[in-house]
Ligand binder design. Sequence first.
Ligand SMILES: [Zn+2]
Length: 122
Amino acid sequence: MTNQDTRSLFDIKDGERNDYQMTRIDQEKRTVRQMMEIYCHGKKHTDKGLCEECSALLDYACQRLDHCKFGEHKPTCKKCPIHCYKPEMKGKIREAMRYAGPRMIWYHPVAAIRHLLREIAK
Ligand SMILES: [Zn+2]
């Protein structure tokens, strides 16, 4: 029996069965990507994918997630006590998140709500 078999069925959200197989870090990366896309497209940087600056920012964010010492137990970055971003990147990502945050609820409601719940949870 693997670890996942013992997880509560309540962890499976409607239409999100793939998430069941994803690690928390993967979910966070996906959420960051979704937010960067909303930001980049909303700001009309580019029509497809991400502009150079936003993809550099996304790469940086994913890299930080990979090195996050909390791993699967990490809090959302907003609540993280470590603040591992360098100041320049922190400013940029904060701007993007501030723009995309309120819009997430329309584009990716499940991811947005999950993220919110995690912020409230601890
Ligand atoms: Zn962009």
